[in-house]
Write a protein that binds this ligand. Structure first.
Ligand code: SAM
Length: 278
């Protein structure tokens, strides 16, 4: 067995995985793409040295990224996934029969091809006829769409390099303009343990733009800090309230989890007002 040392740019700890096989390694114009196998987690996708997901537990992240907004919205028909080249977020969106059109905006087509080849259970809905793939920067895509979408989901790499364009105030403004009256937006925003300043920064920037902003978390074993946050925003409706019946095929997300995953109000308030002593 060889050992793989993760190179997470922001983490104060380093994860080490035993690797039974290296299945694929390449360098795309955007990043290094690596597929390896671990005896416990199964196959893992690694981009620029950072573990993106593992076969064993990817559903925690993909379900929590997608289903909160998709169940809080009364009827999401037109949806955008930005990033998420593996197809995990696309798979979850397509569990909602009301979806008529999904734009899948992944800058790096080689991530899509790699996932189709090595992760068939994750990439399984990419070729659905309702899905239109756009290989471009999500920030460029969103600028050209006005009052068109019900839900926009950002499933990017960490907030560095070319993913940075998805965390600026200009991008959030463009997302707001792309949303319909009851539109909703969700993005990953790193860990509450290790990246609290980043979480607060994303929240405060979103608050400059969206009428409703909130924060929920999920336990992700393979992300440094584990206590992973998702920043959510809405044009009008409270996202803490699920408004639709639960779709089939979920393993972790449920109505009860939806109601409990948001930060308790006092903790949320203390976090944003810098009153936590940890
Ligand atoms: N779904 C994943 C998981 O389970 O954690 C991980 C993220 S997914 C592989 C991240 C993707 O976001 C990468 O394939 C990367 O190419 C893409 N990406 C990063 N910045 C982007 C941007 N500005 N526009 C579009 N895609 C972007």
């Amino acid at each position: 067995m060889i050992k793989f040392f993760e190179k997470d740019p922001y983490s104060p700890i380093q994860y080490v995985y035993e690797i039974s096989r290296i299945l694929y390694k390449t360098k795309s114009p955007y990043q290094e793409i690596l597929v390896v196998e671990n005896p416990y987690f199964g196959r893992m996708l690694v981009l620029d040295g950072v573990v993106q997901f593992t076969e064993k537990d990817e559903f925690f992240y993909h379900e929590m990224l997608v289903h909160v907004a998709m169940h809080a919205h009364p009827e999401p028909k037109r949806v955008v996934v930005i990033g998420g080249g593996d197809g995990g977020a696309v798979r979850e969106v397509m569990k909602h029969d009301c979806v008529e059109k999904l734009y899948f905006v992944e800058i790096d087509r080689e991530v899509i091809e790699t996932s189709k080849r090595f992760f068939p259970t994750v990439s399984c809905e990419i070729d659905n006829e309702k899905v239109e793939i756009k290989n471009m920067d999500g920030a460029e895509f969103i600028k050209n769409h006005k009052e068109e979408f019900d839900v926009v989901v950002v499933d990017s790499t960490d907030i560095i390099g070319f993913a940075k364009s998805l965390f600026t105030v200009e991008f959030f403004r463009a997302v707001r303009e792309s949303l319909k009256e009851e539109g909703m937006f969700v993005t990953l925003s790193e860990s509450l343990h290790f990246h609290r300043d980043m979480v607060v920064d994303v929240q405060k920037t979103m608050k400059l733009v969206f009428p409703v902003v909130d924060l929920y978390t999920a336990p992700i074993a393979t992300y440094a800090g584990n206590w992973w946050t998702f920043s959510a925003a809405s044009m009008k409706l409270d996202m803490r309230e699920p408004r639709r019946s639960m779709v089939n095929g979920r393993r972790f997300y449920s109505e009860e989890i939806h109601r409990q995953c948001f930060l308790p109000e006092k903790l949320y308030d203390d976090l944003l007002n810098n009153r936590l002593d940890w």
